[in-house]
Design a protein around this ligand. Structure first.
Ligand SMILES: [Zn+2]
Length: 415
């Protein structure tokens, strides 16, 4: 096919929708969502559907040591690299039907269109479903594994415990050691493209169909201890207490003000507080606060960290407390590839779709892939911004627009 006719190629909307609905029925909940936590029975069933569907449409279906499911179309030159398209089939517990699933079904549809047209490209195409994107056991196990970035500490303390993790891996035909065998040689990869719902309200509120992702935010998390003194809750006057709860609360309120005033558009969250001894009748001697904050560039993260640390000292001092700050985790921001971004912009224009640039406030497999190959993402509008809930919804027209943008960008980059 000539380039001109390639640009007129579109996905088969009816078929795409039917496949999406079939998948949404696996692990479906009565309220319209799906319950497919990674490696659960419903998730494994969704993955069996992926493999069977891929074989049915004549693709080469396989699974790697990290459990990533792939469908390969050898449409490139012999020995040429592979362009990956995908997302994830797992969901958060009682999540929505679009998060992840849309990107995987769209990737399969793109491959099917290219296959039935018999198009020869410069690179091969592969639809991929990554393992445990949502971190049911451990964040991004599949994409970290494929990127060769999985470290033993990533799976040292899986959520739900190591025995349960091992058991779940075993049921899926995997093991802890197999997870480390999935690394690919970056030289064999032409790039990675992901279509995803926005999970926010920026696109829907501005009536824009395609969000071209610039960066995926970096996340830093800290455990902060406010330490005072345990005292009798009945006999210790208010002004004689070293009450750790007061410092923790003052910090929590101040962190909101700080971010809203000095770091507009960014976010900080106190997600948990643990009180010790944690009873009604004792002034708490220690409160441990779980803090995380996000920004799309490292310099901003540094500035936020310094300002928040300063706020910890101020809050502790105000109530005569000691404080300890422990750095837990640092996920750096991931930058989407310029050439891939440009491709998404060009195809949006060619398809007559309005586009805008925006950072992703949520983590995605694309951040792991960005470390080893040219990577890009697009978002389509989420009605009401709901996500990680059964209320998650994207108009079908927007899903189809996203899939066509994915198809056209893949053709542009694989040519
Ligand atoms: Zn997702």
């Amino acid at each position: 096919m000539k380039n001109k006719s390639l640009s007129s190629l579109r996905i088969n909307d009816e078929r795409f929708r039917a496949n999406f609905e079939t998948l949404a029925a696996i692990g479906a909940t009565p309220d319209g969502g799906v319950h497919r936590p990674a490696l659960s029975e419903a998730h494994l069933e969704a993955r069996r559907w992926f493999l069977e569907h891929a074989k049915q449409i004549g693709l080469d279906a396989r699974m790697d040591g990290a459990g990533n499911h792939s469908a390969v179309l050898l449409c490139g030159r012999a020995g040429g690299p592979t362009l990956l398209l995908g997302s994830h089939l797992d969901s958060v517990p009682y999540g929505g039907r679009f998060d992840g699933a849309l990107g995987v079904v769209a990737a399969l549809e793109v491959l099917q269109v290219v296959k039935e047209q018999g198009i020869s490209l410069n690179t091969h195409l592969e639809a991929i479903d990554f393992t445990d994107e949502e971190g049911h056991f451990a964040n991004f196990v599949g994409s970290l594994g494929l990127a060769g970035r999985l470290e033993p500490e990533h799976i040292q303390h899986p959520r739900g415990g190591r025995d349960r993790f091992r058991q779940a891996l075993c049921q899926a035909g995997l093991s802890e050691s197999s997870l480390f065998s999935a690394g690919r040689d970056p030289a064999t990869l032409a790039g990675y493209l992901e279509l995803h719902i926005e999970q926010g309200i920026r696109l829907i509120e501005s009536g824009i169909q395609i969000g071209v992702v610039t960066n995926i935010v970096g996340i830093r998390s800290f455990k902060i201890k406010f330490i005072g003194r345990a005292d009798h809750a009945g006999t210790t006057p208010m002004d004689k207490r070293l009450d750790a709860a007061q410092g923790a609360s003052a910090f929590t309120l101040a962190s909101r003000e700080l971010v809203m005033n000095e770091f507009p558009g960014y976010v900080a969250t106190v997600g948990n507080m643990e009180f010790e001894p944690g009873v009604f009748n004792v002034v708490p001697h220690t409160v441990t606060v779980a803090l995380e904050f996000r920004a799309d560039d490292d310099h901003k993260l540094d500035e936020m960290e310094a300002a928040l640390r300063q706020q910890v000292s101020v809050a502790a001092q105000q109530f005569g407390l000691e404080s300890e700050t422990e750095h837990l985790d640092n996920t750096p921001p991931a930058h989407m590839n310029d050439q891939v971004r440009e491709a998404f912009v060009n195809v949006s224009k060619a398809l007559g779709l309005k586009h805008t640039f925006l950072p992703s406030g949520a983590g995605h497999d694309a951040q792991c892939m960005a470390e080893i190959c040219p990577t890009g993402m697009i978002f389509v509008p989420s009605v009401g911004g709901f996500s990680h809930s059964a209320k998650e919804f994207t108009e079908w027209e927007d899903c189809a627009n996203g899939a066509n943008a994915l198809l056209q960008a893949a053709l542009m980059l694989a040519r």
